[in-house]
Design a protein around this ligand. Structure first.
Ligand code: ATP
Length: 262
């Protein structure tokens, strides 16, 4: 993917962040910036701390050290964990989105597909039932779910459809920033390819900034402008995606890349 046109001020600045459940379990001293419209991929083997880091930067796990500054364009920067808990929760419902690996973790199983999408619209103040339903129907079609399924529960959908519904629920409010944890993990390869294509188009069209955790370097190559490579809770290499994957500098990245090629 080509680099985004970057605005001068980072949307998110992660500074010396640490959260260790136990020695070697979690992540330590991670710093990076994310610009509006930019997609950063976090790659690394299982257990390297990717999900824990994603939780901390998406306001779902208070880090033990360091800070995160969120600075939406035209507004002053705010320290994420110095905000009131209610403000962090509001961010997650409105300007931010979180796409979980297991779609039912990010959906309400006892609420219809339309309700799952409409709920986010209500969180940003929309009240007109007819308009909410219309937007939900449009979004279902945008993520290739027939609008005729609007009243069905997500539990009646296939895994791929559930994941597309979760994406629609998150994107309907046009968030600035989306966090995704293995968004195509657990799906059949053919379903993965279509979902990736859809995600890539949405990210480009909506000029979304995103942080994507994946152990799949193909997903990283397709979606991310920049990569952070994690090993044992540390970022061992970072840089533009093509540079990191085509000319890896750190021995661990070299191993990761060569294990995919072999
Ligand atoms: N709630 C928790 N309590 C204690 N230890 C945890 C907790 N969550 C994760 N860990 C441990 O922290 C380490 C990092 O886990 P994490 O899930 O962040 O890794 P990961 O890179 O996302 O791995 P995977 O790709 O398998 O999801 C692992 O050793 C894991 O067992």
């Amino acid at each position: 993917m080509n680099s985004a046109l970057l605005s001068p001020a980072p949307l998110l600045s992660v500074e010396n962040l640490t959260h260790l459940y136990a020695p070697g379990k979690g992540f330590g001293d991670v710093s990076f910036t994310l610009y509006p419209g930019e997609v950063v991929g976090i790659v690394g083997e299982s257990g390297s701390g990717k999900t824990t880091l994603l939780k901390a930067i998406s306001a779902r796990l208070t880090p033990q050290q360091g800070r995160i500054i969120y600075c939406p364009p035209g507004a002053p920067g705010r320290d994420l964990y110095a905000m009131a808990e209610s403000d962090r929760r509001r961010l997650l419902r409105t300007e931010w989105g979180v796409v979980h690996q297991h779609p039912l973790d990010g959906l309400r199983p006892r609420v219809s597909a339309g309700g799952n999408i409409g709920e986010r619209l209500m969180a940003i103040g929309q009240r007109h039932y007819g308009e909410i339903r219309q937007q939900a129907g449009r979004w279902l079609e945008d993520v290739e779910i027939p609008a005729s399924r609007i009243d069905d529960f997500p539990t009646t959908f296939s895994g791929g459809m559930q994941q597309r519904l979760q994406i629609a629920r998150n994107l309907v409010t046009h968030p600035r920033l989306v966090f995704m944890d293995e968004p195509t993990g657990g799906l059949d390869v053919s379903v993965q390819a279509r979902l990736l294509d859809l995600l890539r188009n949405l990210v480009v069209e909506m000029q979304l900034a995103a942080v994507i955790v994946t152990h799949d370097l193909g997903v990283a190559r397709l979606l991310a402008h920049r990569l952070l490579v994690m090993k044992e809770g540390r970022v061992v290499e970072s840089g533009l995606t093509d540079r990191v994957l085509d000319d890896p500098h750190h021995p661990y990245t070299q191993l990761l890349v060569s294990s995919v090629l072999s």
